[in-house]
Ligand binder design. Structure first.
Ligand code: GRF
Length: 213
Protein backbone atom coordinates (compact mmCIF):
# COMPACT_ATOMS: atom_id res chain seq x y z
CA UNK A 1 0.00 0.00 0.00
CA UNK A 2 1.26 3.46 -0.84
CA UNK A 3 2.29 5.92 1.85
CA UNK A 4 1.03 9.46 1.78
CA UNK A 5 2.01 12.50 3.85
CA UNK A 6 -0.52 15.35 4.10
CA UNK A 7 0.57 18.96 4.63
CA UNK A 8 -1.86 21.43 6.16
CA UNK A 9 -1.88 24.94 7.62
CA UNK A 10 -5.37 25.27 9.05
CA UNK A 11 -8.83 23.78 9.11
CA UNK A 12 -7.93 20.55 7.36
CA UNK A 13 -11.31 19.69 5.87
CA UNK A 14 -9.72 18.23 2.72
CA UNK A 15 -7.45 16.13 4.94
CA UNK A 16 -10.58 15.00 6.77
CA UNK A 17 -12.19 13.97 3.49
CA UNK A 18 -9.13 11.85 2.73
CA UNK A 19 -9.24 10.21 6.16
CA UNK A 20 -12.98 9.56 5.77
CA UNK A 21 -12.47 7.96 2.35
CA UNK A 22 -9.72 5.76 3.77
CA UNK A 23 -11.95 4.75 6.70
CA UNK A 24 -14.75 3.81 4.30
CA UNK A 25 -12.34 1.55 2.44
CA UNK A 26 -12.47 3.79 -0.63
CA UNK A 27 -8.87 5.00 -0.43
CA UNK A 28 -6.24 2.28 -0.24
CA UNK A 29 -3.37 4.33 1.21
CA UNK A 30 -1.48 4.54 4.46
CA UNK A 31 -1.68 8.09 5.81
CA UNK A 32 1.78 8.09 7.35
CA UNK A 33 1.71 11.60 8.80
CA UNK A 34 0.04 14.99 8.82
CA UNK A 35 2.47 17.91 9.01
CA UNK A 36 1.55 21.54 9.69
CA UNK A 37 3.59 24.72 9.53
CA UNK A 38 1.28 26.16 12.19
CA UNK A 39 1.01 24.75 15.71
CA UNK A 40 -2.61 25.90 16.04
CA UNK A 41 -3.88 24.31 12.82
CA UNK A 42 -7.26 22.81 13.68
CA UNK A 43 -6.62 19.87 11.39
CA UNK A 44 -3.86 18.61 13.69
CA UNK A 45 -6.41 17.67 16.35
CA UNK A 46 -8.57 15.89 13.80
CA UNK A 47 -5.59 13.89 12.54
CA UNK A 48 -4.44 12.98 16.04
CA UNK A 49 -7.95 11.81 16.94
CA UNK A 50 -7.85 9.58 13.88
CA UNK A 51 -4.64 8.04 15.21
CA UNK A 52 -2.39 9.59 12.58
CA UNK A 53 1.12 10.79 13.43
CA UNK A 54 1.26 14.59 13.50
CA UNK A 55 4.22 16.93 13.31
CA UNK A 56 4.58 20.72 13.49
CA UNK A 57 7.39 22.56 11.75
CA UNK A 58 6.92 26.28 12.20
CA UNK A 59 8.27 28.30 9.30
CA UNK A 60 8.71 31.27 11.63
CA UNK A 61 11.56 29.42 13.35
CA UNK A 62 13.66 29.50 10.16
CA UNK A 63 15.77 32.33 8.81
CA UNK A 64 14.93 31.71 5.16
CA UNK A 65 12.45 29.96 2.91
CA UNK A 66 15.25 27.64 1.75
CA UNK A 67 16.15 26.64 5.31
CA UNK A 68 12.52 25.87 6.13
CA UNK A 69 11.98 23.85 2.97
CA UNK A 70 15.17 21.84 3.58
CA UNK A 71 13.99 20.93 7.08
CA UNK A 72 10.47 20.21 5.86
CA UNK A 73 11.77 17.90 3.16
CA UNK A 74 13.85 15.95 5.68
CA UNK A 75 10.84 15.65 8.00
CA UNK A 76 8.53 14.50 5.21
CA UNK A 77 11.04 11.94 3.97
CA UNK A 78 11.26 10.33 7.41
CA UNK A 79 7.84 8.93 6.51
CA UNK A 80 8.96 7.71 3.06
CA UNK A 81 5.89 8.96 1.20
CA UNK A 82 5.00 7.86 -2.30
CA UNK A 83 2.84 10.98 -2.55
CA UNK A 84 2.86 14.32 -0.76
CA UNK A 85 -0.62 15.86 -0.54
CA UNK A 86 -0.89 19.61 -0.04
CA UNK A 87 -4.25 20.27 1.59
CA UNK A 88 -4.55 23.95 2.38
CA UNK A 89 -0.79 24.25 2.96
CA UNK A 90 -0.30 28.00 2.75
CA UNK A 91 3.36 28.23 1.72
CA UNK A 92 5.14 29.12 -1.48
CA UNK A 93 7.58 26.27 -2.11
CA UNK A 94 11.18 26.61 -3.31
CA UNK A 95 12.16 25.11 -6.68
CA UNK A 96 14.47 22.53 -5.04
CA UNK A 97 11.64 21.30 -2.83
CA UNK A 98 9.25 21.06 -5.76
CA UNK A 99 11.85 19.26 -7.89
CA UNK A 100 12.44 16.69 -5.15
CA UNK A 101 8.75 15.69 -5.26
CA UNK A 102 8.26 16.04 -8.99
CA UNK A 103 5.48 13.74 -10.16
CA UNK A 104 4.62 12.81 -6.57
CA UNK A 105 3.08 15.91 -5.04
CA UNK A 106 -0.53 17.07 -5.40
CA UNK A 107 -2.19 20.37 -4.56
CA UNK A 108 -5.85 21.30 -4.46
CA UNK A 109 -6.85 24.78 -5.52
CA UNK A 110 -10.29 26.38 -5.23
CA UNK A 111 -10.72 27.48 -8.83
CA UNK A 112 -10.84 26.02 -12.30
CA UNK A 113 -7.16 26.52 -13.09
CA UNK A 114 -5.63 28.18 -14.99
CA UNK A 115 -8.27 30.74 -13.98
CA UNK A 116 -7.73 32.46 -10.64
CA UNK A 117 -4.42 31.17 -9.28
CA UNK A 118 -3.46 32.66 -5.90
CA UNK A 119 -5.71 33.87 -3.10
CA UNK A 120 -9.35 35.03 -2.77
CA UNK A 121 -10.51 32.90 -5.69
CA UNK A 122 -14.22 32.99 -4.80
CA UNK A 123 -14.28 36.73 -4.38
CA UNK A 124 -12.48 37.17 -7.69
CA UNK A 125 -14.82 34.77 -9.48
CA UNK A 126 -17.79 36.78 -8.23
CA UNK A 127 -16.15 40.07 -9.22
CA UNK A 128 -15.50 38.75 -12.74
CA UNK A 129 -19.07 37.55 -13.07
CA UNK A 130 -18.07 34.08 -14.26
CA UNK A 131 -20.98 31.65 -14.50
CA UNK A 132 -18.96 28.55 -13.67
CA UNK A 133 -16.42 28.14 -10.91
CA UNK A 134 -14.86 25.11 -9.27
CA UNK A 135 -11.75 23.37 -8.04
CA UNK A 136 -8.69 21.60 -9.39
CA UNK A 137 -6.29 18.92 -8.19
CA UNK A 138 -2.95 19.22 -9.96
CA UNK A 139 0.61 17.96 -9.78
CA UNK A 140 2.78 20.67 -8.23
CA UNK A 141 5.31 22.50 -10.37
CA UNK A 142 7.55 25.44 -9.51
CA UNK A 143 4.91 27.90 -10.74
CA UNK A 144 2.32 28.79 -8.07
CA UNK A 145 -1.03 27.00 -8.54
CA UNK A 146 0.08 25.59 -11.82
CA UNK A 147 0.84 22.10 -13.06
CA UNK A 148 -0.66 19.12 -14.83
CA UNK A 149 -4.36 18.83 -13.99
CA UNK A 150 -5.45 15.53 -12.42
CA UNK A 151 -9.14 16.27 -11.90
CA UNK A 152 -11.50 19.23 -11.83
CA UNK A 153 -15.07 19.80 -10.72
CA UNK A 154 -17.27 22.72 -11.66
CA UNK A 155 -20.16 24.37 -9.89
CA UNK A 156 -22.55 27.05 -11.10
CA UNK A 157 -22.25 30.60 -9.81
CA UNK A 158 -25.75 31.64 -8.81
CA UNK A 159 -27.21 35.13 -9.07
CA UNK A 160 -27.56 35.56 -5.32
CA UNK A 161 -24.25 34.00 -4.35
CA UNK A 162 -21.93 35.59 -1.87
CA UNK A 163 -18.38 34.47 -1.18
CA UNK A 164 -19.37 32.09 1.62
CA UNK A 165 -22.11 30.33 -0.31
CA UNK A 166 -19.92 29.92 -3.35
CA UNK A 167 -16.96 28.73 -1.25
CA UNK A 168 -19.16 26.12 0.46
CA UNK A 169 -20.40 24.81 -2.89
CA UNK A 170 -16.85 24.52 -4.19
CA UNK A 171 -15.56 22.94 -0.97
CA UNK A 172 -18.13 20.17 -1.24
CA UNK A 173 -16.64 19.30 -4.62
CA UNK A 174 -13.08 19.54 -3.27
CA UNK A 175 -13.97 16.86 -0.74
CA UNK A 176 -15.22 14.64 -3.56
CA UNK A 177 -12.37 15.05 -6.03
CA UNK A 178 -9.34 14.98 -3.73
CA UNK A 179 -9.92 11.40 -2.54
CA UNK A 180 -10.64 10.45 -6.16
CA UNK A 181 -7.32 11.92 -7.34
CA UNK A 182 -5.34 10.22 -4.58
CA UNK A 183 -7.12 6.94 -5.30
CA UNK A 184 -6.02 7.10 -8.94
CA UNK A 185 -2.46 7.72 -7.80
CA UNK A 186 -2.67 4.80 -5.37
CA UNK A 187 -3.91 2.59 -8.19
CA UNK A 188 -1.04 3.67 -10.48
CA UNK A 189 -3.54 5.02 -12.98
CA UNK A 190 -1.99 8.45 -13.55
CA UNK A 191 0.53 8.98 -16.32
CA UNK A 192 2.24 12.25 -17.15
CA UNK A 193 2.51 12.52 -20.91
CA UNK A 194 3.87 15.72 -22.47
CA UNK A 195 3.02 17.68 -19.35
CA UNK A 196 -0.55 16.41 -19.21
CA UNK A 197 -2.15 13.75 -17.08
CA UNK A 198 -3.67 10.66 -18.60
CA UNK A 199 -5.90 8.45 -16.46
CA UNK A 200 -5.74 4.81 -17.41
CA UNK A 201 -8.32 2.14 -16.83
CA UNK A 202 -12.07 2.29 -17.14
CA UNK A 203 -13.51 5.43 -18.69
CA UNK A 204 -13.30 7.50 -15.58
CA UNK A 205 -15.86 9.93 -14.30
CA UNK A 206 -13.02 12.35 -13.85
CA UNK A 207 -14.93 15.41 -14.77
CA UNK A 208 -18.43 16.17 -13.70
CA UNK A 209 -19.17 19.38 -15.44
CA UNK A 210 -21.88 21.06 -13.48
CA UNK A 211 -22.88 19.72 -10.13
CA UNK A 212 -26.50 19.94 -9.11
CA UNK A 213 -27.12 22.85 -6.78
C1 GRF B 1 -9.23 24.75 0.32
O1 GRF B 1 -10.18 25.60 -0.25
C2 GRF B 1 -8.17 24.39 -0.66
O2 GRF B 1 -8.62 24.31 -1.97
C3 GRF B 1 -7.21 25.54 -0.53
O3 GRF B 1 -7.21 25.87 0.83
C4 GRF B 1 -8.44 25.45 1.42
C5 GRF B 1 -8.09 24.54 2.53
O4 GRF B 1 -9.20 24.12 3.27
N1 GRF B 1 -5.91 25.19 -1.07
P1 GRF B 1 -9.07 22.91 4.29
O5 GRF B 1 -7.93 23.28 5.25
O6 GRF B 1 -8.78 21.67 3.53
O7 GRF B 1 -10.38 22.88 5.01
Amino acid sequence: MKNIVILISGRGSNMEALIAARDKGELPVNIAAVISNKADAKGLETAAKAGIATRVLEHKAFASREAFDTALLALIDEFAPDLVVLAGFMRILTPDFVRHYEGRMFNIHPSLLPAFPGLHTHQRALAEGVRIHGCTVHFVTAELDHGPVVIQAAVPVLADDDEDRLAARVLQEEHRIYPQAVRWFAEDRLHLVDGRVQVSGAAADFTRLISPT
